[in-house]
Design a protein around this ligand. Structure first.
Ligand code: 5AD
Ligand code: SF4
Length: 458
């Protein structure tokens, strides 16, 4: 049996792609190893969303070079978004690489490895296949998917936000057939998955392109919810413009659709939103959340924020702080703008000085910490429902998991009685960051758990 070492940078989509490569390679005779030194094949699945991700990749390869020099039989491949973006340039910069592939070639990973073995020559394999969705071959899983499994429902992105490389690195949108998705989800549930997280750069535009019998996103939600054994349903990432009223209704109707939504806002200022080509105003964003909150009152919201986009004034930045406060996000991913090659915003002068970007980023991080802490307080002494994901690394706690609103949870007790995949009730004693900590609730208290969603019926 040969061994493959896989490393992943970037988003959940890349994590899912790495899992797919592991699966395909497993059926070509490779076992995954955690030790680079033992590997016959090393794959680094890269990200190019911000410059920092690229720098991390190059420094990782700097460390891999000596392994290749010491063992010329070792195959070294670079896959993912940086591969699509820089192709041939990467082979020039790192001539010890055997191949460079883009995200659309993931299914061909076994072929790529064979080609290196057969020819001994390095190559670049990038580009897009319009016909192909991310089809997962019907292969037996090499390992349990775990209690929480991601399912890719759509590839690519057609939004072309001016700061973003994704439409260039992952190509045009294409949805996967619902029947194929239902089959994959049944397969995952049969192997222990309890929670399904539907994945895409913009899941809300599911069904617009590429389906034989198109169905909109909300219908897919109803379809997945019918599959026996799916105990929780989530999706990410959403785009405010494609988020429909029917999807809001689905939150209300589908019990297992948890009360959390990740809805990137990027900026709280209309001029910035326009320059970013988000195609909505902050008022429209607010109205959407207002409607959602009125249907699902205890929904928790998280977001993505970019500070220091070209032309962002102090006043425009203040608008971002304002929307964060108004919405009261439970958590946020916050980034300093990073110019990306080939994107429209790269043509604009990167006008906000680095120091200002850093300062603004610190301010958003500090505000988010306050918002998270405020919301965390509301959980103290309450019972929450937790899906157990595994053992906790927090000293004094036995298990970790998440509540429906996507807060982390660390649980004391239950060593003899609970296991990964169980849903238990815990009593929150204290909160650290975005995690709720406390003991398992006593049997009698478990009934106190509030309903998963407080639903306002019309
Ligand atoms: N600079 C900074 N952040 C970016 N993102 C995407 N492109 C850039 C960029 N050029 C952020 C956005 C997006 C998240 C995945 O990454 O907030 O929602
Ligand atoms: Fe990038 Fe915008 Fe597409 Fe998200 S919606 S992947 S930010 S282009």
């Amino acid at each position: 049996m040969k061994q493959v070492y896989l490393d992943t940078f970037g988003c959940q989509m890349n994590v899912a792609d790495t899992d797919r490569m592991e699966l395909i390679l497993f059926h070509s005779g490779y076992r995954r190893t955690q030790e680079k030194e033992d590997a016959d094949l090393i794959l680094v699945n890269t990200c190019s969303i911000r410059e920092k991700a690229e720098q991390k990749t190059f420094s990782l390869f700097g460390g891999l070079k000596p392994l290749k020099m010491a063992n010329p039989d070792l195959i070294l491949g670079l896959t993912g978004c940086l591969g699509q973006q820089d192709g041939e340039k990467l082979l020039q910069r790192m001539p010890y690489l055997d191949f460079v592939m883009g995200p659309d070639q993931v299914d061909g990973i076994a072929e790529a490895v064979d080609r290196v073995r057969d020819t001994g020559k390095s190559f670049v394999w990038t580009g897009f296949d319009k016909e192909k969705a991310y089809t997962i071959p019907e292969l037996a899983l090499p390992k349990s998917p775990g209690p929480s499994a991601f399912v890719n429902i759509i590839k690519g992105c057609d939004k072309f936000c001016t700061f973003c490389v994704v439409p260039f690195t992952r190509g045009r949108e294409k949805s996967r057939e619902p029947e194929e998705l239902y089959g994959e989800i049944r397969h995952l549930v049969d192997h222990g998955a309890k929670e399904i997280i539907l994945l895409g750069q913009n899941v809300n535009s599911y069904g617009k392109r590429g389906l034989k019998n198109p169905i909109p996103f909300h219908e897919l939600l109803y379809g997945v919810a019918k599959i026996p054994g799916v105990e929780r349903l989530r999706f990410t990432t959403s785009h405010p413009n494609d988020f429909t009223r029917e999807t809001i209704r689905a939150y209300r109707d589908i019990d297992i659709l948890v009360n959390h939504l990740h809805l990137p806002v990027q900026s709280g200022n209309n001029e910035m939103l326009q320059a970013m080509r988000r195609d909505h105003t902050i008022e429209e964003y607010r109205d959407l959340l207002f409607e959602l909150k009125s249907e699902v009152p205890d929904i928790s919201l998280s977001t993505d924020i970019i500070v220091g986009f070209p032309g962002e004034s102090d006043a425009a930045f203040d608008d971002t702080l304002k929307i964060m406060q108004e919405v009261g996000y439970s958590s946020s991913f916050m980034f300093a703008y990073s110019p990306r090659p080939g994107t429209p915003a790269n043509e604009l002068p990167d006008s906000v000085p680095l120091e200002t970007k850093k300062h603004r980023l610190q301010e958003t991080i500090a505000l988010q910490s306050r918002l998270t802490a405020e919301q965390g307080k509301a959980f103290i002494r309450k019972n929450v429902e937790v899906l157990i994901e595994g053992r906790s690394s927090k000293p004094g706690y036995a298990f970790k998991g998440r509540n429906p609103q996507y807060w982390g949870a660390n649980i004391q007790g239950g060593e003899e009685t609970i296991k990964a995949g169980d849903t238990v009730t815990m009593q929150v004693e204290n909160v650290s960051g975005h995690s709720l900590n406390g003991p398992l609730a006593r049997e009698a208290d478990s009934k106190d758990i509030p309903p998963r969603k407080t639903v306002a019926r019309q």
